[in-house]
Design a protein around this ligand. Structure first.
Ligand SMILES: *Cc1c(COP(=O)(O)O)cnc(C)c1O
Length: 353
C-alpha cells in the first residue's frame, strides 16, 4: 500500500527550544494515519499534525478499546537516525491487538509507516545525547455506538515527540512504594499488553504514592500481594551479589523490549541472569543483609532508572546508599552508545535511516 503524503505549509521546527525539552508535550510537524473499515486497513497517509474530529459516541472514549506502543529514535554520530528495535515493537502491538479484538496492523506496514514519517520529520530528532524522538503508535476503536461490543472501525496512528529525560531524577535513583491494597494486573487480565485502560487504573495509586513523596508504585502480584511484578511503565531488575534477577513474563507483566535488551547484554557480560519470581520480603531482607547490590527499572521512556529506596508496609530500605550502581550505569552507557552509533550494533537493534 502506498502512503499518500500531504506536507505542512509551515514547519514549527524553528520554534522548538531543543535545549529545554520536556517529555511528551510537544509534537512534530506530521502524523501518520490509516483507517480500518469493511474488514481492511486502508488509506494510509501522512498529514500535518492536527486535531481529529470524533463523535462523542466514539467507542474508545467509553470502553477503552485502544492500545499503544512507545519507541525511540536517536541521532547518531554519523548523522543518521537509529530507531531502536522497531520490529519488536511492531510484533508486540500485534499481541496487544489480539487481546482487545483489535485488527492487527502487519509489522511490515507498521515499519513502512514509521520509516516514511521519520524521513519526513527527521529534523525533529534531537541532537543532544540525552534527548531522543519518542514515537507513539496507537490504534483505537472509532464506531459511534454505545453498546459494549467489538468496534467495526478503527484508526491506526503514529505521532512523534522530541523528548528529554522521563524522570526529573535522570540517572539519579527514584523511590518506590509497594502497591498496598491496589492491583495493576491479574492472571487472565490485560497486564501483559499495552492497553490504555491499564494506565487509567494505575493513576489513583500513583497519585497516592506521589503525595507520600515517592516517584512510583512498585506493583506486587494481584493474588498474594507478595511477589514483585513491575513499575507500570518499567520492568524491574535486582542485582543480588552476582545474580541479576527479574520477574518472569507470566501474563501479568509487560514484555519490555528494554528488559530483553538488558538481559541480552548482561548475559553477554557473563552475569548470571535469572528470570524467577522474587518476593518483596526477599528484596527487603537482602537489602538489610547487604546482598541486594542494585535495583533498577527498565523501559523505553527512562531506559534505566536506578531505584534508591523501597518502602513496603512500615519498612524502608535504602539501596546502594541511594546512589546509582555500577551495573545500572554500565547498561545505560552501553545502550546509549549503541543507539548513537558509537558502538558496534552486533544484535542489529538499530534500524538506520
Ligand atoms: C511499556 C511498558 C514497559 C517497558 O517496556 P519497553 O518495551 O521496555 O518500553 C514496562 N511495563 C509496562 C506496564 C509498560 O507499559
Amino acid at each position: 500500500m502506498d502512503i499518500k503524503t500531504i506536507k505542512t505549509k509551515k514547519s514549527r521546527l524553528d520554534e522548538v527550544d531543543f535545549d529545554n525539552l520536556g517529555f511528551g508535550d510537544l509534537f512534530s510537524d506530521h502524523m501518520f494515519i490509516m483507517d480500518y473499515e469493511n474488514g481492511e486497513w486502508k488509506d494510509p497517509r501522512i498529514v500535518p499534525f492536527e486535531n481529529l474530529s470524533v463523535s462523542p459516541a466514539m467507542m474508545t472514549l467509553h470502553y477503552a478499546q485502544t492500545i499503544f506502543e512507545g519507541l525511540k529514535a536517536y541521532y547518531t554520530k554519523d548523522k543518521k537516525i537509529c530507531v531502536f528495535r522497531p520490529s519488536a515493537h511492531a510484533s508486540r502491538m500485534v499481541v496487544s491487538a489480539k487481546r482487545l479484538c483489535i485488527p492487527k496492523v502487519e509489522p511490515e506496514m507498521f515499519l513502512k509507516a514509521l520509516t516514511e514519517l521519520l524521513k519526513l520529520d527527521r529534523g525533529w530528532v534531537p541532537k543532544k545525547r540525552e534527548n531522543s524522538l519518542y514515537i507513539r503508535p496507537f490504534i483505537f476503536a472509532t464506531d459511534e455506538y454505545l453498546g459494549v461490543s467489538v468496534s467495526n472501525t478503527y484508526k491506526f496512528m503514529i505521532i512523534t515527540s522530541p523528548v528529554s529525560l522521563y524522570y526529573k531524577e535522570g540517572l539519579n535513583p527514584v523511590s518506590l512504594i509497594t502497591s498496598g491494597k491496589y492491583v495493576r494486573a491479574c492472571q487472565g487480565g490485560t497486564g501483559h499488553i499495552k492497553a490504555g485502560g491499564n494506565y487509567a487504573a494505575s493513576l489513583y495509586p500513583a497519585k497516592e504514592a506521589k503525595k507520600k513523596g515517592f516517584t512510583q508504585v512498585l506493583w506486587l502480584d494481584g493474588k498474594e500481594h507478595k511477589y514483585v511484578e513491575e513499575v507500570g511503565t518499567m520492568n524491574m531488575m535486582f542485582l543480588f551479589d552476582d545474580e541479576l534477577v527479574t520477574p518472569p513474563l507470566g501474563g501479568t507483566i509487560l514484555a519490555g523490549i528494554t528488559r530483553d535488551s538488558v538481559l541480552t547484554l548482561a548475559k553477554e557480560w557473563g552475569i548470571k541472569v535469572n528470570e524467577r519470581r522474587v518476593t518483596i520480603d526477599e528484596i527487603m531482607n537482602r537489602a538489610d543483609d547487604g546482598t541486594l547490590l542494585e535495583a533498577f527499572g527498565t523501559g523505553t521512556a527512562a531506559i534505566i532508572a536506578p531505584v534508591g529506596k523501597i518502602t513496603h508496609n512500615d519498612r524502608t530500605v535504602v539501596i546502594k546508599d541511594g546512589k546509582t550502581g555500577d551495573l545500572s550505569h554500565r547498561l545505560y552507557e552501553e545502550l546509549s552508545a549503541m543507539r548513537h552509533g558509537e558502538k558496534e550494533d552486533k544484535y542489529e537493534w538499530c534500524a538506520m535511516l
